[in-house]
Design a protein around this ligand. Structure first.
Ligand code: KIV
Length: 278
């Protein structure tokens, strides 16, 4: 793993060289630091933080201030990885002026290197305006969780000819608008393959199969820490849920039994001083 910073041009170079791009979500300093040290290429401060960090039912309540708060922490922990801040629901829908201000705040106050936003046709004028403002944009197509109320739940997208053709058209439209990469979420593997082959910019899959140019997962899912809901596409590389519960039970037990804290974790004082304290 090279130490050179991963940037927008690294995304494009990786696609040209056929090297896969790794991406994970991060929401805090210490996790970002660990993931960065482990060599992940990019850290996404996703609005999934609403569910995994804040306990909301979906992502719709997340605000620009929430994203900025978490981006700042992640940016302090990421030395090599490129930090991408998600634009939350309604932060890029109202007006172009509002959109540029919100994207700009995520870069300026959140210290992110790029923003990500969901959808295409309905917000294409906003996407072009952010790109024009010199802010790198990552697109997001397929299952776009901010539209959950329109989809009627977390469902695979692009299974019908009409839906699939629309996603292909939108991917090409996003590329034309100047985005540097596109997340494809919950679409059939072979549709993701067609899109990946048609685009010059990289596709980053989540529930979109192995042909994408890179993959992203929610870190808490990948580490087995978030158990409220586990989508089919998640592979758990650890069971931190069990580890955290076991460690906590051990701590409670040892503390109650007087095993912890032991001498090893305790500070001493000189006996001559101690005598004068009684
Ligand atoms: O919010 C998020 O974490 C995301 C990823 C799942 C792509 O958008």
């Amino acid at each position: 793993m090279a130490n050179k910073k991963f940037t927008v041009s690294s995304f494009l170079k990786a696609k040209q060289k056929g090297e896969k791009i790794s991406m994970l979500t991060a929401y805090d300093y210490s996790t970002a630091k660990l993931l960065d040290e482990a060599g992940v290429d990019s850290l996404l401060v996703g609005d999934s933080l609403g569910m995994v960090m804040l306990g909301y039912e979906n992502t719709l309540q997340v605000t620009v201030d929430d994203i900025i708060h978490h981006c700042r922490a992640v940016a302090r922990g990421a030395k090599r990885a490129m930090v991408i801040g998600d634009m939350p629901f309604l932060s890029y829908h109202v007006s172009i002026e509002d959109t540029i201000r919100n994207a700009g705040r995520i870069i300026q106050e959140g210290n992110a290197h790029a923003v990500k936003l969901e959808g295409c046709m309905e917000v294409i004028d906003k996407i072009k305006a952010i790109v024009k403002a010199q802010i790198p944009v990552m697109g997001h197509l397929g299952l776009t969780p901010q539209s959950i109320n329109v989809f009627g739940g977390f469902k695979v997208q692009g299974k019908t000819e009409k839906q699939a053709k629309r996603i292909i058209e939108e991917a090409l439209m996003l590329q034309e608008a100047g985005v540097f990469a596109v997340v494809l979420e919950c679409v059939p593997e072979k549709l993701a393959r067609i899109i990946t082959e048609k685009l010059d910019i990289p596709t980053i899959g989540i529930g979109a199969g192995k042909y994408c140019d890179g993959q992203v997962l929610v870190t808490q899912d990948m580490l087995g820490m978030y158990t409220d809901f586990t989508p089919k596409f998640v592979k758990k590389y650890a069971s931190l849920c069990e580890d955290i519960k076991n460690a906590t039970q051990n701590y409670i037990k040892e503390m109650k039994e007087g095993i912890f804290p032991s001498d090893e974790h305790t500070f001493g004082i000189d006996e001559s001083i101690l005598e004068k304290l009684y």
